[in-house]
Design a protein around this ligand. Structure first.
Ligand SMILES: *Cc1c(COP(=O)(O)O)cnc(C)c1O
Length: 495
């Protein structure tokens, strides 16, 4: 399988695409075509475990990777999840299901990809003949940073540096990153928002001067953000797995359509659902759920992407994003893979902060997606109502997707099509907000909130979170957004 840049100027093998992370023209790598999963393969996957299903789906794109190696890597990655199930599906009521993606080492869905990415990257670099050490730069809105640090800590030949918005992540997220162990890691808080972190990192990635300077020091750059196809690919697998679980438990018949509701920020998770659909998964609608930063909702409804607006800090910080990187991959498909047009739109977005798509593209969007957004009060209400009715506690991000799912069912009179709500984080990652939603109690201390939440819900507390209490913070660097590259040089200096 070949990969091409959405901006048309670069092609790569899968290994190269993963090693490079982003194309040198600033575009994102996409597969040359969508490989199909056949009916027979679907039947065959019914009896497989999660790791086997993931290896099959990944192998469709990464056909130059050794299949046995891929399977072993999936088994190792997903063996780290609680009770050995990386993506359990929980039935809530009638035709409503939760796909719980938070049982990994850092309690957010990012673990599904970042437990596997070290293997994909290491092997990819070996196949691509890259001899330098790899320097991974990560911009994070909270969860990617921790999951990437955990995935790459002490990996030989790799250094990883994470940038997060100083006031833009939850207390638990900050603590998770600041206490990170490992000899090859670094964490920097940035006095700005996620969009600035992401833009600054992207700029370093595409600067020939930065790349040359780092190469001189013995490093090549790569990315653990969802701009990297290696992040995206493992996410496709859980949509297949959820569907297969519905079939094997007799909830649906093979071929029946299923809707998915996905809490969305950088558009990586929901893009993986779209890729699954293009590979043949029977999907009805994809629900794109935003928080108060509802730029995607506006785009899906009007065809105008306009980032010239206020940025809000919400209780779902991992979705506080105005520049959704992965939307570029969807745009590429919508306009019939016209790379010049994509490049032109991205240039307009960078320079003027706005672009618009055409009528046919808008229609296509509306036929595939339903976009919705959930404000702060609705987030609290959704968590409360769901807990009251089903004793099911959910986190603040998942609540946005649940809100969208309920709204869709009511507005579109479609309550019969099975709806899978993608649950992206453990409620214990945002314990104060969830506790407040459920009980009205405003608890200032995170660990007290965890304890009370446990008493109120009887849901097991993940050890990786409760143990943070006794860990000493190791990182306290704070930098201005213009000084990220200086931080990179500082970190890349120490060999
Ligand atoms: C990252 C994240 C999201 C958004 O996912 P995208 O792939 O960026 O759209 C939603 N919820 C949680 C908990 C996250 O960590």
């Amino acid at each position: 399988m070949k990969f091409i840049s959405t901006r048309g100027k670069e092609t790569a093998t899968g290994a190269q695409a993963i090693a490079r992370g982003i194309a040198s023209d600033g575009g994102l790598f996409v597969p040359e075509f969508f490989p199909a999963v056949t009916q027979e393969e679907m039947e065959g996957m019914l009896s497989m475990n999660y790791a086997e299903r993931a290896a099959l789906v990944l192998g469709k794109y990464l056909d130059e990777y050794d299949p046995a190696g891929l399977k072993a890597a999936c088994e190792k990655a997903y063996g780290q999840f609680e009770e050995g199930d990386a993506a359990p599906l929980v039935k809530i009521d009638g035709s409503l299901y939760m796909l719980e993606l938070f049982h990994g080492p850092t309690c957010a869905f990012k673990d599904l990809a970042l437990t596997l990415l070290p293997y994909l990257l290491r092997t990819g670099c070996d196949m691509a003949g890259i001899r330098e050490d790899i320097l991974i730069l990560v911009a994070t809105s909270g969860d990617t940073g921790k999951a990437a640090l955990e995935g790459f800590k002490d990996a030989p030949g790799v250094k990883i540096q994470v940038f997060y918005p100083n006031d833009g992540v939850s207390k638990m997220q900050k603590l998770q990153m600041a206490t990170q162990e490992g000899s090859n890691v670094d964490v920097v808080a940035v006095r700005s928002n996620f969009d600035d972190c992401q833009s600054a990192v992207k700029e370093i990635f595409t600067s020939e001067a930065c790349k040359a300077e780092l190469k001189e020091r013995g490093y090549i750059l790569s990315s653990a953000n969802s701009i990297n196809f290696g992040r995206l690919a493992p996410q496709i697998a859980y949509y297949f797995s959820a569907y297969l679980d519905l079939v094997s438990s007799g909830q649906i018949g093979m071929g029946d359509k299923v809707n998915f509701s996905v809490p969305t920020g950088n558009f990586g998770n929901i893009l993986a659902a779209y890729y699954a659909m293009r590979m043949g998964l029977p999907v009805g609608k994809l629900l794109c759920a935003s928080n108060k930063n509802n730029i995607l909702t506006d785009f899906f409804r009007t065809g105008v992407y306009d980032r010239r607006r206020e940025f809000y800090k919400t209780m779902s910080p991992s979705m506080d994003i105005l520049i959704s990187s992965n939307l570029e991959r969807l745009l590429f498909e919508l306009c019939g893979r016209d790379a010049a047009l994509v490049a032109q739109r991205m240039e307009r977005l960078r320079e003027e902060g706005v672009y618009e798509i055409g009528g046919e593209e808008k229609e296509e969007l509306a036929s595939l997606f339903f976009a919705d957004w959930c404000g702060e009060d609705e987030t609290v209400e959704t968590i409360y109502e769901f807990f009251e009715e089903y004793q099911y506690p959910m986190d603040t991000h998942t609540a946005c997707a649940m809100y969208a799912a309920a709204d869709y069912r009511e507005k579109k009179k479609d309550a019969d099509t099975p709806m899978v709500v993608v649950s992206t984080a453990s409620p214990y990652k945002f314990p104060q907000d969830v506790m407040y939603a459920i009980t009205g109690n405003d608890i200032k201390d995170s660990f007290k909130a965890i304890k009370h939440l446990n008493l109120a819900t009887a849901m097991k507390v993940p050890k990786s979170l409760s143990s943070l209490r006794d860990k000493k913070p190791r990182f306290d660097a704070v930098a201005d957004k213009g000084a990220l590259y200086a931080q990179v040089l500082r970190f890349a200096e120490k060999k």
